[in-house]
Design a protein around this ligand. Structure first.
Ligand code: SF4
Length: 313
């Protein structure tokens, strides 16, 4: 059941996830569509997340947005209050004045993470939550998987140091799996839907930005998702037997890489299992000093890195 409405306010609104936004020409959602989107969310009892561009919105828009409870996702450099701040480069990220009340998203390529992860040691102690999102999952090689496992091991040591100092920062790649007892995926098309600047609904902003022809309804006629069951976990044969609960199970990347919205690529599955196993090791390390930490959580040892390898034949 849909619970969240993401409203992409402008064509140039920041990407907060795996997709790229290369649009540079501003196209703000029409004020009437913004109002209709808010009304739609109110009628359907949906929580709204507004995704901002990097310029100040006209006053009429600010006033309209202020009429409803919402979360704000903004690019780093945006002047004003925000719930989630998104960084697209490490330079602005490492130099940012962090606050414990915000969540941060860092969009990074694998090589940028491999080269810069050591700077996380100073940052993790200053934040409440950081989501690191890869922009190039499809390009991971077998060698990259090995490097990624080592990088996560090093970051785990930084998180353990934070715990020893009485701080418990959340980093999606490592701490989410420790806190989950079921799948917690993106669930685009199932639990959330996007309203784009053209007044139409899309599975997520990536579907609008990529081609703009895959709309799943509009503000006049409502939502029209073909085969909605395909977006659900119980219709995903590989994912429903998997316990890499922190995986985003990105519908956009699935469609791109396997042509099936509910089947992830080998790269997405392997990366998620590397994180799952690193979380298992981190949990064991934290318990050496805090033996009751997440005491009901058990992450089992497994022998595979991709559920495809153990599927029932
Ligand atoms: S489908 Fe979800 S995880 Fe994938 S790009 Fe869209 S919002 Fe992100």
């Amino acid at each position: 059941m849909i619970q969240y409405l993401i409203i992409q306010l402008d064509d140039t609104s920041v990407s907060f996830c795996h997709y790229a936004n290369s649009r540079r020409i501003c196209k703000l959602i029409a004020l009437d569509d913004l109002k209709a989107g808010i009304l739609f969310a109110m009628k359907e009892n949906l929580s709204i997340q507004f995704v901002y561009p990097d310029y100040a919105l006209p006053d009429e828009y600010k006033k309209t947005i202020g009429t409803i409870d919402h979360s704000k996702i903004v690019p780093a450099g945006y002047q004003g209050e925000a719930d989630v701040v998104v960084f697209e480069d490490w330079t602005s990220f490492v130099n940012y004045n962090f606050s414990l009340t915000q969540t941060y998203v860092l969009r990074t390529s694998k090589s940028a993470l491999f080269n810069n992860y050591s700077s996380l040691a100073d940052i993790l102690v200053k934040i409440y939550r950081l989501n690191i999102v890869f922009t190039d999952i499809a390009d991971f090689t077998e060698e990259d998987f090995n490097v990624y496992a080592q990088v996560l091991q090093s970051i785990s040591k930084m998180i353990d140091v934070c715990f020893q100092q009485g701080k418990s920062p959340q980093l999606n790649l490592l701490t989410d799996r420790m806190m989950l007892d079921r799948m917690n995926n993106c669930n685009a098309g199932w639990e959330n839907i996007t309203l784009a600047p053209d007044g139409k609904f899309y599975i997520c902003p990536a579907f609008y930005l990529e081609d703009g022809v895959t709309a799943v309804g509009d503000l006049q006629t409502g939502l029209d998702i073909k085969n909605p069951q395909l977006y659900r976990l119980d219709h995903a044969p590989l994912c429903r037997i998997c316990d890499a609960y922190q995986c985003k199970r990105c519908i956009y990347l699935n469609r791109k890489s396997t042509l099936e919205v509910n089947t992830p690529s080998h790269e997405q599955c392997t990366i998620s299992h590397i994180e799952r196993n690193a979380a298992r090791s981190l949990l064991a390390v934290i318990r050496q000093t805090e033996n009751t930490y997440m005491k009901n959580v058990e992450i089992k040892e497994i022998t595979y890195m991709d559920p495809f390898d153990i599927r029932k034949k």
